[in-house]
Design a protein around this ligand. Structure first.
Ligand code: ATP
Length: 309
């Protein structure tokens, strides 16, 4: 459904995208992950026919974006990271406006819009002015707007940004429904856990380069991270962190207010011996657990150069 080949984008002397290749099949939910400024929005704007690539090609449903932009626009629903909402309109008028701009006859819109409002949980706000809606509601309204012409592909640029945890969950539930409806979805975020539950595949982009892509489980397998150990001490956490960094089978150490997280590639014997050493060195260990690796660990491992080296 989406095919990107050798795509590059230059702004002046700056390479925002460098030779990106990406294929996303129909019905896939693809999580596009990367730190701020990595090139996610640029890629998505090119797919949405709003930015021209410097070289390479991008196809949506077989149509090349620069040659057949009108065809591409029929196929996609695009939610930008920043968007305006016409404040003087009521929610229902807003959706009628967008429906009309896609030439959907009023009689059809009368049936469609209540369904869309129901999907994004805004039925009770249909007569409210857009500027009276909360940020989460506005984001959901924007999502509904993307759906008026029943596009096959959704390009969603950070749809959950700036939302509180509850609003994020609501957004995630709606996206799950869209996935069940068979939509192909490309969704970007710099926050991984919010994507973890719903994506089939991820692509990790950094400094305009796609550093890893594929099924989450395949990417995990390709990495050296075998397991994450979570260690808590009563004191001397900084000292322990420094000690662990130099230990065998340790490929990364992160210290935060929940304890020390160690990327560990040893087996059970090595794990037991590590604990023994810590005890014999007098670290007051409170707990020593094996944690499940999650998408965030994968991301940290990749973006510190684990795959690229
Ligand atoms: N119109 C432009 N002119 C010059 N540089 C630009 C322009 N648009 C984007 N850039 C630069 O290209 C790089 C990629 O930007 P992009 O918005 O695609 O990143 P992003 O991954 O979406 O980041 P964020 O999560 O912050 O939105 C950034 O360094 C940005 O400053």
């Amino acid at each position: 459904m989406i095919e990107i080949s050798n795509l590059s984008k230059r702004y002046g002397n700056f390479d925002a995208l460098k030779d990106i290749n990406l294929t996303i099949s129909k019905g896939t939910v693809f999580g596009f992950v990367g730190p701020n400024g990595a090139g996610k929005s640029t890629t998505m704007s090119i797919l949405a026919t709003l930015v021209l690539p410097s070289s390479g090609t991008a196809r949506v449903g077989g149509y090349e974006v620069t040659e057949y932009p009108k065809e591409v626009r029929k196929k996609i629903g695009y939610m930008p990271d920043f968007f305006g909402v016409y404040d003087q309109l009521k929610t229902i008028e807003y959706l009628h406006f967008y429906g009309a701009s896609y030439n959907i006859p009023r009689s059809e819109r009368e049936k469609l819009i209540p369904q869309l409002l129901d999907l994004v949980n805004l039925s009770d706000k249909s007569d409210s002015y857009v500027d009276s809606l909360s940020r989460g509601m506005k984001q959901r309204l924007c999502l509904a707007r993307c759906l008026v012409h029943d596009p096959e592909v959704l390009i969603l640029d950070e749809p959950a940004s700036g939302l509180d945890p509850r609003a994020r969950i609501e957004m995630r539930e709606i996206l799950k429904e869209l996935k069940l409806m068979g939509k192909t979805i490309i969704i970007s975020s710099h926050i991984l856990p919010e994507l973890a539950e719903m994506v089939d595949e991820i692509g990790v982009i950094e400094h305009g380069v796609m550093v890893a892509q594929g099924k989450v489980s395949d990417i995990q397998n390709r990495l050296r991270v075998k397991k994450i150990l979570h260690i808590r001490t009563m004191e001397r956490q900084e000292e322990l962190t420094a000690f662990l960094r130099d230990e065998a089978f340790v490929s990364g150490v992160l210290s935060d207010n929940t304890g020390v997280h160690v990327h560990f590639s040893g087996g059970e014997e090595e794990q037991a011996s590590l604990l023994q050493q810590m005890i014999s060195l007098g670290y007051p260990v409170l707990s020593f657990n094996e944690a499940q690796t999650n998408l965030e660990d994968v991301f940290l491992e990749i973006t510190k150069g684990g795959l690229g080296q």
